[in-house]
Each structure stands twice: as structure tokens, then as C-alpha cells.
Design a binder for this molecule. Structure first.
Ligand SMILES: [Zn+2]
Length: 485
């Protein structure tokens, strides 16, 4: 195949490798993307559909290869057991990108004569790809109405962007040349520079960090996100999921930096540190419970994975990285499974429902864990309804009750650790999340639901990429997730 033109990392990456001719390569076996509109290979100018096709495709291939390398195997299927996910390189006017379960959409926007295509930034493309990967391995996060789980999804997208960049030797050469001890800013920890620049030009300097949409090199420290305002200037943390995600992204990038610091200041060592950190993140994302305090939960499981898979060599480096962002990660401890009593016949779901405190007919969603650390292990989720009185009057939201279980075949044999979700604390977490969504224009109301309720208009007009929608479910106006931006 003839080579195609490719901009590594981001069109506004400062001191990054220049645009180059590449052979596009192929997706690993398994889950793939169908990018549209399709184009013949060749050299094209940016902002053309042909350029955007090859640019997005090369970024998506690099992302999937990086994920396969850190996870130890290629992703088999997308959420819903699909083999192909459509990708639109230019889905209309916006400064954003979106993942829903039907595909990825990248938008373009012109302001003051300057045009930005989100599909031309590898940072943006691999961030959205990260949402799709995480939804494939953890579909149970989709409906978990907690700020920190939404932020974990956003953080994971940025981590996939970082890992993809650091898997490219021409990129790590430039990073190590720019800041040999990784103490300084550079074009890789600067995420989505061009999109950040466009937002800054149109909406002012308080709306975005200096030099990028987000920086992985940051000093943000964890606080209870339900105590944060829904939005804030970019230099401060808010409950908005992209803003709060920066705490975890900072801790993950510092994990890479700390592991790198134990070796030589070379491009190869940086690639190895990223690969090690990425493999720990992959293991942790598969095993962590879908609980409100998920950042600390992921940190704990990264430490546990390091202890189990790598003899604990870098446990101190991970703990120091999270401590620098206000999170204390305790030494690894394995939870033992408490067996079900099995006084009833069947597959164990009846007794599990009783343990979860949900109705005997409640649907239970099972997310199997595919991990070297656990055999026959799964996350289970059941839902109860929470009325959003005072936040979205007349609307309900399903609140998950989750547990981790051991299985033999398809039968549930025991419960591992705590059951999460049957408490007033979880209700207040859900309410805080919905308040943040409403305040940020992330809730739209579909026409059918709007006729059924005397809904006070959300305080902010819903944006095109609103992540949630009020729709009628089982006859009741219900807030459901439609995607991630
Ligand atoms: Zn996102």
C-alpha cells in the first residue's frame, strides 16, 4: 500500500516529530473500526476528508496496537459483542468528539477564520478510542451515576492517549531530549493542544489550561468530588468529569515518571516504563469494583497487580505517584470469597439477589473479568430506582448495587469483598453527579419524556454532545447515559 501523510500526536504539538509518510498498518486481530468517509491512500492536505480518514485510521490502529501490548492480547469485541465500530471523521459543527455505543464521532469547527478538525489530533482520537475500549471491558461503568466513575472513564481515555504516544520511538526520543528527567512540560503530557487552543481563542483563557486541553503533568490532589462546584476555571478542580479526571491522569503519568526515574534517561527506558504502567492499569481496570471511590480503587489494584505479576518491584513508585495527588494507596491485600450458602437449587442468582438487597425478580448484569489475577471472577450489577426530587423533579435514575463474585461455569458460588450501593451515601453520590450534569448542559430531554413531566427546564441548554438524556423507560421518565464526550 502506498504511504499516507500522518501528523504524530497533535497538529499543535510543540517540538514533536514533524508530519511524516507512514504505512498505515493494520488493526490487531479482533475488534476493529470502520472509518467513514473512506479514501484511497495518498498524500492529502489537512482538513480534507481524505486526510482525516488516514489520520484517524493511523491513530486508531496505533491505539489498538498499544492496548494489545499493555493488556497482553488484542481486544476481541466491542461492547454488545460487535466486531466493527463505525467512526465518523467529520460529524458536524462542534469543538468536541463523542463515543456512544453506535460508534465514534469527531466534530469540526471554524471560529474567526480558523478551522479545527478533532479527528486530526491523535490525542483526541485515542481518547475516544479509550472510551470504546473501556466500555468493552467494563460495560458496568456505563450506568454507574457517580462523578468519579465518569471521571475514571475520561482519565482512561487520556491514559490511552499517553500510552499510544509513548509507544512511538520517534516521539519518546523527542520527549527525552526535551526533558531528560521528565520534570518539565512537553508535547506528550500536553493533551489535545489544538482543541485546547481553539477553546481558548473562542471562550477565553479561563476556559482551558495553558498550552493544552489538559496536562498529565499536574499537581491536582484528590478531594471528595461531591464537594466540588459543578464547573470552575481550568486552573481549579470541578465536579465536571473531564476536570476531575485530571487527578487520576496526574497520578498515572507520575507512575510512569517514577518508574522511569529508577532507570537510565533513555527513550527505551521511557517506553518500558509506559508499557509497565499501562499493563498495571489494564489489570486494575478489569478488576476494580464499580464503586464511587474508584481512583483509589484503581491505584490499589495497580499495586496489587504489581505485587502479583511483577513481584512488587515498583509498588513504592506507584504509591508515591498516588500520594502526590492526595491518595493513600494501602499495601495489597486479597479479599477472600465468602461462599454462598447454596440452600436453594439453581445458579445462585436467587441468593445473590437477597445478598444485594434487590427484588427477587431484579435483572442481574454480569461482567466477566478476563484477568491473569483472577479465575472465574465477575462483577455483578442490579439496579434500584432513585427519585431525583430537588435535582430533576419527576425523573428517576437507576442506581447500581454491585458486588464481585466467584463463579463455576455460569453458577455464582461466592461474593468477594463488600457489596456497594445499598446505602444513602450512594444516593447522595448519584444526586451530586446529576446536579453536575444538569449544571454543565449534559442532560437533554427527549420529546416523549418532556410531554410526560412538568420538568423544570435544566438550568443550562443541553449541548450537542450531552452525555445523558431523560427518556421514558417502563413508563417512567428516567435519566440514562447516551455517551461519553
Ligand atoms: Zn472523553
Amino acid at each position: 500500500m502506498p504511504p499516507v501523510t500522518f501528523i504524530p500526536n497533535d497538529p499543535l504539538a510543540v517540538n514533536g516529530p514533524p508530519q511524516r509518510s507512514v504505512s498505515p498498518g493494520t488493526f490487531p486481530a479482533g475488534a476493529k473500526f470502520n472509518v467513514i468517509p473512506i479514501a484511497k491512500p495518498g498524500s492529502y492536505m489537512p482538513h480534507t476528508p481524505e486526510f482525516d480518514y488516514w489520520q484517524a485510521l493511523c491513530a486508531l490502529i496505533a491505539g489498538m496496537r498499544t492496548w494489545a501490548a499493555v493488556d497482553g492480547k488484542a481486544l476481541a469485541k466491542w461492547q454488545g459483542n460487535r466486531a466493527n465500530l463505525p467512526v465518523q471523521t467529520n460529524a458536524g459543527d462542534d469543538l468536541n468528539a463523542f463515543y456512544d455505543r453506535n460508534g465514534l464521532q469527531f466534530f469540526s469547527h471554524t471560529f474567526n477564520g480558523s478551522t479545527v478538525h478533532a479527528s486530526e489530533s491523535v490525542d483526541v482520537v485515542t481518547h475516544e478510542e479509550g472510551h470504546a475500549i473501556l466500555d468493552a471491558i467494563r460495560p458496568d461503568f456505563w450506568s454507574a451515576p457517580f462523578i468519579e466513575i465518569g471521571a475514571q472513564h475520561e482519565a482512561f481515555g487520556d491514559c490511552v492517549a499517553l500510552l499510544t504516544a509513548l509507544s512511538d520511538k520517534l516521539i519518546t526520543d523527542k520527549v527525552v531530549a526535551a526533558t531528560p528527567d521528565l520534570s518539565g512540560k512537553h508535547f506528550v503530557e500536553s493533551l489535545a493542544e489544538e482543541l485546547g487552543d481553539a477553546i481558548r481563542r473562542e471562550f477565553g483563557p479561563d476556559s482551558v489550561e495553558a498550552g493544552a486541553l489538559r496536562h498529565a503533568l499536574n499537581t491536582f490532589r484528590w478531594v471528595d468530588p461531591t464537594t466540588l462546584p459543578p464547573s470552575a476555571t481550568a486552573d481549579k478542580l470541578a465536579g465536571e468529569v473531564h476536570s476531575f479526571a485530571r487527578v487520576f491522569v496526574g497520578a498515572f503519568y507520575d507512575t510512569i515518571r517514577n518508574i522511569y526515574a529508577t532507570g537510565p534517561k533513555t527513550s527505551a527506558n521511557l517506553q518500558a516504563a509506559a508499557q509497565r504502567s499501562g499493563s498495571l492499569l489494564a489489570a486494575a481496570m478489569r478488576t476494580v469494583p464499580a464503586a464511587p471511590r474508584i481512583f483509589e480503587g484503581v491505584g490499589k489494584r495497580m499495586v496489587q497487580a504489581e505485587a502479583t505479576l511483577n513481584k512488587g518491584k515498583y509498588v513504592a513508585q506507584i504509591q508515591a505517584a498516588f500520594a502526590a495527588h492526595g491518595m493513600t494507596i494501602s499495601a495489597p491485600a486479597a479479599s477472600l470469597a465468602v461462599p454462598l450458602e447454596r440452600r436453594t437449587r439453581g445458579d445462585g442468582t436467587k441468593e445473590l439477589r437477597a445478598r444485594l438487597g434487590v427484588a427477587s425478580g431484579a435483572k442481574i448484569e454480569v461482567t466477566p473479568v478476563d484477568s491473569d489475577m483472577h479465575d472465574d471472577f465477575a462483577h455483578v450489577t442490579a439496579f434500584r430506582s432513585l427519585s431525583l426530587t430537588g435535582v430533576l423533579p419527576g425523573v428517576e435514575i437507576p442506581v447500581p448495587v454491585t458486588a464481585r463474585v466467584t463463579r463455576r461455569g455460569t453458577s455464582i458460588t461466592g461474593v468477594v469483598g463488600d457489596i456497594v450501593g445499598a446505602s444513602a451515601n450512594v444516593d447522595s453520590e448519584a444526586r451530586a453527579f446529576v446536579q453536575t450534569l444538569v449544571s454543565n448542559g449534559d442532560v437533554r430531554v427527549n420529546a416523549t419524556a418532556a410531554r410526560r413531566i412538568a420538568l423544570t427546564a435544566p438550568q443550562v441548554t443541553a449541548r450537542r454532545t450531552a452525555t445523558h438524556e431523560v427518556r421514558t423507560v417502563g413508563g417512567k421518565p428516567t435519566l440514562v447515559r447516551v455517551g461519553f464526550a
